[in-house]
Design a protein around this ligand. Structure first.
Ligand code: C2O
Ligand code: CU
Ligand code: CU
Length: 552
């Protein structure tokens, strides 16, 4: 039972029909939660049926090398208290360490989120994924460099009752990665229903820096959700419109909780922020205007700390902040906000306000549109501390990749093409299809250029359709070479550009309307099919995703 009906429906529509369908499709869809009886609220124990199921891993090597760490990870229906009153039915990852230090898994208290996985570079992991949900799924380790069969490609999706065996070595440097489902066409609803968790890697280089650790190293995932009157999650209340735009919720949750408060002491902290939202972009700012000191992003630590007046965080992107509360007074409160920014052209004008303003749109006014301001979390300074760790001015060494070493430059146009919806070079996802220009030679370096020139076709009353696309590549991390903006996208870009953290290693880069962004990366170690896609999960589910194949 997949929710691919609406996808197919969408694929069959022409540009004009699309507009009509978008207006008609405002019937709320059922949230992707199972009707199974709720299980106890914050019970992090593994599911009760660890019975071995036949493994369906297709390319599993006959003999796995011995693992340092073995984890059982299950996707299960659960029930958690999020809002006052009735508990919310969610889907949840639960984990259990079968071999290795039990502290490898850290539950996120009172939340639907999966346990935070904390491992060391060089460790060999075995993860047995058990699936107990009514639609197919598979787990992807976002940002990790693993073999193709371990990467959670949708072709390996399994059904309820089946298991998938992962075995891989942690090759990545220390950093804030994460895990989430990756079945084709239904990643959005599954992540939305609760399936996501942090995957944090430590290494010696990082440990030598003496950055705040333990309770002073805090992962925070920011997500938006919408609830009905019974506290149940509502996905895509505007149907087709939410799919084309990407889903936007009207409640902000941090680590799964509304009105999140972070109690701190007067000392430095390492805060790891993940935008785990399906499609929302945040422009993060402190209520007192303090700048941010950024020490890391998607692929780990930067060479040196950098300052930003605000931070632009697209879906799936991460930043690591050094935040020093030493000069704050006990009792003080500071709010982390999302600051206003102009919504993309064609969205609030031709499509958003105009069409959805007819009494049925959240975009039109009622709740949080893209670019509307709101509070994210409150930091409350609760106790004094005389810990005065200082921030090293050098954090890491980053090998710089040069375009002159690239064997090819690929251009990927991000376009709306009715009747297909969002496409990459006019194509949508096909399970194992690879176009000739999507092949890459093992061990080579290439430049990929993402071009966001909008629709290329008039639609929705003639407006050009152009939205931000957080472009993600599986496998190794890339470096952002440069950004160019056309006149058309200027207003949104001007308001967000100073918040990009393009330094260091990235796996997801926000490409704003009118932008072309060039990235460079290496394609080493593993052959096979990997994915690149828009990490606006509704766009991804519509097919704004393609394979690239690394060939020997
Ligand atoms: Cu986080 Cu292919 O995704
Ligand atoms: Cu990924
Ligand atoms: Cu997109």
């Amino acid at each position: 039972m997949k929710t691919s009906l609406s996808r197919r429906k969408f694929l069959g529509l022409s540009g004009l029909g699309l507009a009509a369908a978008a207006l008609a499709a405002c019937t709320p869809e059922l949230p992707p939660v199972s009707p199974a009886p709720p299980s106890p609220t914050s019970d992090q124990s593994p599911p009760s049926s660890p019975t071995p199921h036949p493994t369906t891993a297709p390319t599993r090597s006959p003999t796995h090398p011995p693992a340092d760490v073995a984890i059982a990870l299950a996707a299960v229906p659960a029930s958690v208290a999020i809002l006052p009153g009735q508990p919310t039915q969610v889907w949840q990852f639960r984990g259990q360490v079968q071999q290795g230090d039990p502290a490898i898994l850290q539950p996120v208290p009172n939340a639907y989120l999966g346990p935070t996985i904390r491992v060391q570079k060089g460790q060999r992991l075995r993860i047995t994924f058990t699936h107990d949900l009514p639609q197919e799924s598979i787990v992807h380790w976002h940002g990790l460099h693993v073999p193709a069969a371990m990467d959670g490609h949708p072709q390996y999706a399994i059904n309820r009752g089946e298991t998938y065996e992962y075995a891989f070595e942690i090759l990545n440097r220390a950093g804030t990665y994460w895990y989430h489902p990756h079945p084709h066409g239904i990643t959005g609803p599954q992540v939305y229903a609760g399936l996501a968790g942090f995957f944090i890697v430590h290494d010696q280089e990082e440990q030598a820096l003496g950055l705040p650790s333990g309770e002073f190293d805090i992962p925070l995932v920011i997500q938006d959700r919408a609830f009905d009157g019974n506290n149940q999650l509502v996905y895509r209340p505007n149907g087709m419109m939410d799919q084309m735009m990407g889903f936007l919720g009207d409640r902000i949750l941090v680590n799964g909780q509304p009105d999140f408060t972070l109690p701190v002491a007067t000392r430095p902290y390492r805060l790891r922020l993940l935008n785990g939202s399906n499609s929302r972009i945040y422009k993060l700012g402190w209520s007192d205007g303090s700048p941010f000191t950024v020490i890391g992003n998607d692929g780990g630590l930067l060479e040196k700390p950098v300052q930003r007046p605000y931070i632009t965080l697209g879906p799936a992107e991460r930043v690591e902040l050094w935040v020093d509360f030493s000069n704050r007074a006990v009792g003080e409160e500071i709010v982390l906000r999302s600051l206003p920014f102009p919504a993309p052209a064609g969205m609030m004008g031709g499509m958003g306000r105009g069409m959805m303003g007819q009494g049925q749109g959240r975009m039109g006014g009622a709740a949080l549109g893209l670019g509307d301001p709101f509070d994210i979390l409150t930091v409350r300074v609760e106790k004094a501390s005389d810990e005065r760790t200082t921030l090293p001015d050098r954090l890491s060494t980053i090998e710089k990749l040069h375009p002159r070493d690239a064997v090819a430059t690929k251009t990927i146009a991000l376009t709306m093409r009715p009747p297909n919806g969002w496409t990459l070079n006019g194509r949508t996802f096909q399970m194992t299809a690879v176009a000739p220009e999507e092949r890459v030679k093992l061990g080579s370096i290439e430049v990929w250029e993402f071009v966001n020139n909008g629709g290329g076709m008039g639609m929705m009353g003639g407006g050009m359709m152009s939205l931000p696309h957080p472009m993600h590549m599986h496998g190794e991390q890339f470096q952002v070479l440069d950004r160019q903006i056309s006149r058309a996208g200027r207003a949104m870009w001007e308001s967000l550009k100073d918040g990009f953290v393009d330094e260091g290693w990235k796996d997801t880069v926000l490409v704003l309307p009118g932008e072309r962004v060039r990235v460079i990366r290496r394609f080493a170690d593993f052959t096979g099919l990997f994915l690149y896609h828009c990490h606006n999960l509704e766009h991804e589910d519509m097919g704004m995703m393609r394979n690239f194949e690394i060939v020997a």
